[in-house]
Design a protein around this ligand. Sequence first.
Ligand SMILES: Cc1cc2nc3c(=O)[nH]c(=O)nc-3n(C[C@H](O)[C@H](O)[C@H](O)COP(=O)(O)OP(=O)(O)OC[C@H]3O[C@@H](n4cnc5c(N)ncnc54)[C@H](O)[C@@H]3O)c2cc1C
Ligand SMILES: Cc1cc2nc3c(=O)[nH]c(=O)nc-3n(C[C@H](O)[C@H](O)[C@H](O)COP(=O)(O)O)c2cc1C
Length: 445
Amino acid sequence: MTTEPLRLAGALAFILGWLGLSFNMWRVHRNGRAAEAQDADWLVVHASQTGSAEALAKRSAELLATGGLAANTVCISSLDRDRLAGATRVLFVASTYGEGDAPDTAAQFAGRLMAAGLDLSHLHYAVLALGDRNYANFCGFGRALDAWLAQQGATRLFDRIDVDRGDATALAAWQHHVGRLAGTMDAPDWDAPAYGDWRIVARTLENPGSAGAPLYRIALAPASGALPDWEAGDLAQVSPPSDPEHPREYSIASLPIEGRLELLVRLQRREDGSPGAASGWLCGQAAGGDIVRLRLRAHERFRLGANAQRPLIAIGNGSGLAGLRGLLKARIAKGQIDNWLLFGERNQIHDFLLRDELQAWRDDGQLAHLDLAFSRDQAERRYVQDVLRDRADRLRAWVERGAAIYVCGSLQGMAGGVHEALQAILGSAQLDALAQEGRYRRDVY
Ligand SMILES: Cc1cc2nc3c(=O)[nH]c(=O)nc-3n(C[C@H](O)[C@H](O)[C@H](O)COP(=O)(O)OP(=O)(O)OC[C@H]3O[C@@H](n4cnc5c(N)ncnc54)[C@H](O)[C@@H]3O)c2cc1C
Ligand SMILES: Cc1cc2nc3c(=O)[nH]c(=O)nc-3n(C[C@H](O)[C@H](O)[C@H](O)COP(=O)(O)O)c2cc1C
């Protein structure tokens, strides 16, 4: 009888001891992770869609390094609670997309971490917010991030700096602050990459008779010297003569081996009917002899990169075919034929862009599937997202065997509709996981 309580006490002591050991092991593991994350004096975090914030983050880290401070540059998608818990000094460079939204790379951070409360009272930070005053919610995500960090108890090293379309004065102010943190005030100002002089060597209207705005295929070559190098997925920035301070982005449709830079440009009209500054110049006003000021921009997030060996699902509409053509061309050149293109436009008869090339790729087996959605060819409107829903089984099977999904074209209508269709077919969790893995990438505008 008396041995029973003793036995119970012994068992309890054993369980408590075991729990204590497990807790300690958990703490060691957790601290280990935090220590692992706290791998430098500084973290420079970028939340970028098309790479400007990423490039500025790298430059900021370099500036810290010139002052002898170790700085790691990381994408915001790699920031979790542990990493934030382990960091003490963080610079954020954040752009804004959609209508004041986070860029795709920050979707999880904004959706999960920023929705939760965290104690960040140990953290010192600063935010460089990139944006464009033409949008209603100027620097929306950078502002939200800054406000959230402050609410979690983090301390600002200096006030947030908002940058309107790459404004040099605002960037110089950021550089000054970061230089002061690094103790190096004599670094030369960051220059924007220089434009080169290019000439239009061919220009063809790709959609004669279209119900939509004219779309041109424009080939350019350097006015002198060699063709610079680029990768499929990259962007060209054109500085229009009527608005030289504000370059416009265009997805590159060709590969360097073709010997020329090709773009698909839609002629935009403003409300008063006048042509858009850059598209008007490229599609009409610029004559063969005129100099087009242009520079190339690496768009890491839309390159094939780690997805090079995966099956490719390319989805887009209108001028978005430019970026997709670049990617498909690069794959076909390497003999990778596991490609599926879903493309949408208005009417087959007028708007089947690059018809001969796409059909030849399909007939030669270089496109496993070519699915087209011509929205106005039947009574009810039909878009790429509708085709995607019809092909739900195939989509699941392709994703199952490791496919990557690239979306290029309109943000309004197409990209949102495609995103919803993908969510409906794959489920939000799987789509988020694909985005996190870099298997769901977008170049949408
Ligand atoms: C990553 C990315 C990739 C892109 N790829 C392509 C592509 O491959 N092909 C393509 O055709 N386009 C592409 N674009 C869009 C392109 O960059 C330009 O936005 C587009 O060509 C319009 O520029 P624009 O100078 O002709 O027109 P803007 O002069 O900028 O005018 C466009 C619109 O802006 C408004 N606006 C701007 N300024 C004024 C003003 N002063 N007065 C009145 N209204 C004004 C109007 O609503 C007008 O309709 C891409 C954009 C991004 C961000
Ligand atoms: C489709 C689209 C939507 C955008 N929406 C906004 C916006 O709502 N507010 C803003 O300030 N800037 C907006 N911008 C401008 C970008 O934030 C700005 O160009 C930034 O420099 C891009 O940086 P990144 O290359 O690092 O993504 C938008 C740009 C694009 C192409």
